[in-house]
Ligand binder design. Structure first.
Ligand SMILES: [Zn+2]
Length: 446
């Protein structure tokens, strides 16, 4: 195929993707109030979980789980189990797109075009990256629209209409072009200068890059999508700041984010590090959570802070990157020996190699999902235990676990939890809270 017919071929695929995305958008559901399959907003402490001489953690856990209506449980299970399949479809669909980009030599075409725009090599990579990101985003739009828009609406988790949703996607694309462009330009620079040891330096550069991204996310990235404000309701902030002081956490402010713009999910997080580190609650938690529930969630977030989870995560990333880059070096050499000529890729330092590198990223990510989930889930469990000790709100925490059950199946099997869960399951979280309560009945009694 010559250059022009190859581009025409690519355009045809892009148009088809767009048309199918728009056709799907026509049938968009209207956003509305919480569906009747949502978890109950107010959750009372069941009699079995009231402090008494014969308090039993298992019975209290089961009593809490029994407060979940059958419709809400069915919806939550279906949503979360469907997510297991989405991991597979995302992987397969993404792999097919990348193989198309390689085998139709679109990657080589994009590189040739980038080289004609300017003679300056570092800019080649940036131009290529922008073209490549737009092309692959368009090719994956049908699956993105289904997964992020229709599926979220179907389960009552999304609040955006199609226009604002699409706008967020465009913003995400912009962030990806800028941040991704910087990373790939640095990595290709390393590969070209250090042809034998690039994989070690690549891991180092990637780890440093992740650290910088974590640092700038709360200040520069989050505000692109949402409004973050200081929370100034003393009824909510006073107990939180008191808990912070009691645990040696030097914070003066708690932040809130208007997540309800996009989702009904309740959440909170610790983001940034050093001077940008902050604790943020989303407005769904503020609106639907009881004061006890909010305190228990804040205790959990403070656990991340006190236990240095952000720094530990950067170390874990570093280890994962070293293993990944060793695999990448082997995978690139092996694939280029077999098909490099067919794909018109000149070598490992050629910009056109990027789709192949991303194919190897997605294979590695797919295979190691249970390991990365387990690393995260272990930290989340540590934060849970810290949060119970700091907030002393086991019932608030049980309520939070039920509310989070709107998007996370409450009672999975042990192997299922090990493979798919990046947080402990709701059942385990309630059980932890009830075990804590059983051991602290003295301070829990009215
Ligand atoms: Zn957490």
């Amino acid at each position: 195929m010559n250059l022009r017919s190859r581009l025409r071929h690519g355009l045809a695929v892009v148009c088809l993707s767009l048309i199918s995305a728009i056709a799907m958008a026509e049938t968009a559901p209207a956003p509305g109030a919480l569906p009747d399959t949502a978890m109950p907003s107010v959750i009372t402490v069941p009699p079995e979980a009231q402090p008494s001489a014969n308090f039993n953690a298992d019975a209290a856990t089961n009593a809490y789980l029994a407060e979940i209506p059958a419709t809400a449980k069915a919806r939550s299970d279906a949503y979360f189990e469907g997510g297991y399949w989405m991991i597979l479809w995302d992987f397969l669909y993404g792999a097919i797109v990348l193989l198309l980009v390689l085998n139709f030599r679109w990657s080589a075409t994009l590189r040739d075009f980038a080289e004609r725009v300017t003679r300056w090599k570092p800019v080649h990579t940036l131009v290529y990256w922008a073209e490549y990101t737009v092309l692959t985003t368009l090719l994956t739009i049908p699956l993105t629209v289904y997964e992020d828009y229709f599926r979220e609406h179907k389960y009552g988790l999304a609040t955006q209409t199609f226009g604002p949703w699409l706008m967020d996607q465009v913003k995400g694309l912009g962030v990806n072009i800028v941040l991704g462009g910087i990373l790939v330009a640095m990595l290709l620079g390393v590969v070209r200068r250090l042809p034998r040891t690039w994989w070690i330096w690549g891991a180092a550069v990637s780890t440093a890059f992740v650290a910088v991204v974590i640092l700038i996310v709360p200040v520069f990235i989050v505000p692109i999508f949402n409004k973050v404000t200081r929370l100034d309701d003393p009824k909510i902030t006073q107990p939180i700041l008191s808990m912070a002081r009691a645990n040696g956490i030097p914070v003066n402010d708690v932040f809130q984010v208007d997540a309800s713009k996009q989702t009904t999910r309740m959440s909170a997080n610790v983001s940034g590090f050093g001077r940008t580190m902050r604790i943020t609650l989303n407005d769904n938690l503020l609106r639907r959570g009881s004061p006890e529930e909010i305190q228990s969630v804040m205790g959990h977030e403070m656990g991340h802070y006190v236990l240095n989870h952000v720094y530990k995560s950067i170390v874990f990333f570093g280890i994962q990157f070293v293993i990944f880059f060793a695999f990448l070096r082997w995978g690139l050499e092996w694939s280029l020996r077999r098909s490099g000529e067919k794909w018109q890729i000149r070598g490992i330092g050629d910009t056109a190699v990027l789709p192949l590198a991303f194919l190897l990223v997605s294979i590695f990510g797919f295979v190691t999902t249970p390991i990365s989930n387990t690393i995260t889930r272990t930290q989340e469990h540590e934060a849970d235990m810290f949060g119970l000790n700091a907030s002393r709100q086991p019932d608030g925490f049980a309520q939070a676990a039920i509310h989070l059950g709107e998007y996370r199946k409450m009672s999975p099997g042990a192997v299922e939890e090990w493979i798919f869960y990046d947080h402990p399951s709701g059942r385990n979280r309630i059980h932890d809270a009830m075990v804590w309560k059983a051991e602290n009945l003295k301070i829990m009694s009215p």
